[in-house]
Design a protein around this ligand. Structure first.
Ligand SMILES: Cc1cc2nc3c(=O)[nH]c(=O)nc-3n(C[C@H](O)[C@H](O)[C@H](O)COP(=O)(O)O)c2cc1C
Length: 218
């Protein structure tokens, strides 16, 4: 993460003082020209649970978040991921070793939510039998949280739509990663009560899926 902040400083996106105080991170414009053809990305897609300890570059962080759920039609504010009724209910939280941030799609920026390394809460409920600790070794984890209140209606069908919306955002990440050679795996595992406490989520906000993102192990 320190490298990310230094890269942001180098790109003139933020001041060093802001970086030290875990202030908002302005992401660079996404590079919309990179990656393989869709059929090749589909052909290469695979869940990978081991990665290099190398930190994610600001370029890759910017691009994977934009691919996940960025704005691709600024005039209408519509997104790379379709959403039921265009309610855009999925918020993307970014976990790193330095803190947790909320993605602000309109500004393509990361707003600090919590300082410190909280990747542990995405490994799953604490248990000696836990098999998901691998996630803590990924430099970045993207968490997808649906805000059900944006649907302005209730019921089981709304929860299904939220889950489908999260799945689509996750698949954007899966395909982006396979097209540029990054490692990822879609995950439902997490310690939900701990996630709720950490992010101060309301009852109508549901953490649904997460994707750790990193570079291939050498
Ligand atoms: C909704 C969903 C939830 C998943 N949750 C987890 C998880 O919590 N932990 C994990 O290691 N893999 C998880 N996976 C990944 C699957 O285990 C994986 O996609 C499956 O084994 C097929 O492998 P492949 O993705 O390489 O084709 C999940 C996948 C989906 C679609």
């Amino acid at each position: 993460m320190k490298k990310l902040i230094m890269a942001a400083v180098a790109m003139g996106c933020m001041t060093l003082a802001e970086a030290q105080d875990l202030k908002e991170i302005q992401l660079p414009e996404p590079d919309k020209t990179r990656g393989t053809a869709v059929m090749k990305a589909l052909s290469d897609r695979v869940s990978v649970r081991e990665c290099s300890p190398e930190e994610l570059s600001l370029r890759d962080l910017s691009d994977v978040i934009w691919a996940a759920n960025g704005i691709n039609r600024p005039e209408e504010g519509r997104r790379t991921a379709p959403s039921a009724l265009n309610k855009q209910d999925i918020d993307v939280y970014v976990f790193t070793d330095e803190g947790v941030f909320l993605y602000l799609p309109q500004r393509h920026a990361l707003q600090p939510v919590a300082e410190g390394d909280h990747r542990e809460v995405l490994a799953g409920p604490p248990s000696p039998a836990r098999t998901q600790d691998f996630v803590k070794a990924f430099p970045v984890i993207l968490l997808f949280v649906s805000d059900l209140s944006r649907f302005e209606m209730t019921g089981e069908r709304v929860k299904l739509m939220a889950a489908m919306d999260a799945g689509i955002v996750s698949q954007n990440v899966n395909l982006f990663c396979s097209s540029v050679g990054l490692c990822t795996v879609p995950r439902a595992s997490m310690d939900e009560p701990a996630v709720r406490r950490l992010l101060n989520l309301a009852d109508h906000q549901i953490p649904l899926l997460n994707n750790p993102v990193g570079y291939p192990k050498q």
